[in-house]
Design a protein around this ligand. Structure first.
Ligand SMILES: [Zn+2]
Length: 371
């Protein structure tokens, strides 16, 4: 399952098993486990600045918008206070103690999509294959990936059984995006049932179809996350991809309140995921997390619900990284322009693998992240 564990010196294993070893070690050794997380269509506006008042006001149907519970929950005077209310774990713990995040354009940190379409399939494909494929992928149609993905590459490179590369997504089309060769990975996506011996999880599998969403192809993230957590408990996959989707769909429906609530829930999931990895001696201090988005959105109160090739804001992305081998740096201030086609090679490098061997044409790793 985990060939590298056997190579760890005895003292390292002892250290990991100590009860006081609760915070991750900063080590030169690369982690064994990779977790990729995507939050669909989350703008830099909300990630770095929390609730946007003009957007909230324009989207609300009520004249008393400022009295609404969601506004009251997430409004504060400064962007820093607003984002910490919205994503208390991400900002209050993850980015302040363990990781770093790029994409805050106000600080001169820029990350953009390479593809010109600026919607989901092209975005996820760029992230997972390391290339913008503008000519091959022009729609969100359910077609198999035209190229092998990072997930398939790691499975081959590490000679993993299918169960060791798990994919959990709220949007059903992710199933097609994550693999070129259908059936290579363990995937649970859309409203697909999830088999389990656990009675609660089994009931969730049935319930997901009864708690319908306004969208035919996207289930509630709560189910995706519950199945994902159960799978991690059972399998400890070396490679995990969690694709949460509600943030984008509520935005298309012009429900800014629900976008904020979804993002806040996603933050809770991040905390639970982090605690799950930190509570297992196998994965504690031995997992690297990469989080990003498939596209941005319009950047004003009248176009924020959309994303397309005409909207400049839709190309603006971000990426957060938490790894025991990297120092916690919080927000990046200045660095070379980053692109989403570098996420695959950067993720591979974080777990000690050279993605260029797989695809020399893919975006290069963000070398400056590692200095
Ligand atoms: Zn969308």
């Amino acid at each position: 399952m985990n060939p590298r564990t056997a190579l760890k010196p005895l003292w390292a294993l002892l250290l990991l098993s100590m009860p006081w070893h609760s915070s991750p070690r900063l080590c030169a050794e690369v982690p064994d486990y990779l977790v990729i997380i995507t939050l669909d269509g989350v703008r830099t506006t909300e990630l770095f600045g929390g609730l946007d008042r003009d957007t909230y006001k324009a989207a609300s149907k009520s004249a008393e918008w400022a009295d609404e519970a969601t506004y009251q929950s997430y409004w504060a005077e400064t962007p820093q206070a607003r984002r910490e209310k919205l994503m208390p774990f991400f900002w209050g713990e993850w980015m302040s103690q363990h990781g770093s995040v790029i994409g805050n354009r106000a600080l001169g940190s820029q990350m953009d999509l390479r593809n010109r379409h600026r919607f989901s399939y092209p975005g996820y494909s760029e992230i997972l294959t390391g290339q913008a494929r503008d000519q091959q992928i022009k729609s969100n149609d359910k077609i198999q990936s035209p190229a092998p993905t990072l997930l398939e590459f790691l499975k081959k490179e590490w000679q993993l059984p299918k169960a060791q590369v798990g994919v959990f997504s709220s949007w059903d089309t992710i199933r097609y995006i994550v693999e070129q060769k259908a059936g290579s990975l363990f995937i649970n996506s859309g409203f697909e049932p999830y088999q389990s011996d656990d009675a609660v999880i089994q009931s969730f599998s049935l319930l997901q179809k009864e708690t319908t969403t306004p969208w035919n192809s996207v289930r509630h993230d709560a189910y995706t996350f519950a199945f994902c957590q159960h799978y991690i408990d059972q399998q400890s996959p070396r490679v995990l991809y969690l694709a949460l989707g509600e943030t984008d769909d509520w935005a298309h429906d012009v429900r800014y309140d629900r976008v904020l609530e979804s993002l806040h829930r996603s933050d809770r999931y991040l905390r639970a995921l982090w605690e799950q990895y930190q509570s297992n001696p196998k994965t504690r201090g031995n997992a690297c997390f990469v989080m990003t988005t498939d596209h941005g959105r319009g950047d004003n109160p009248f176009n924020w619900m959309h994303h397309n090739d005409k909207l400049d804001g839709a190309k603006q992305t971000w990426m957060a990284v938490v790894s025991p081998s990297l120092a916690a740096r919080g927000e990046w201030h200045a660095h070379p322009q980053a692109h989403s086609d570098q996420v695959a090679a950067t993720s591979a490098k974080l777990v000690g693998v050279d993605y260029q061997l797989h695809d020399p044409m893919a975006g290069k790793p963000m070398e400056w992240l590692f200095r």
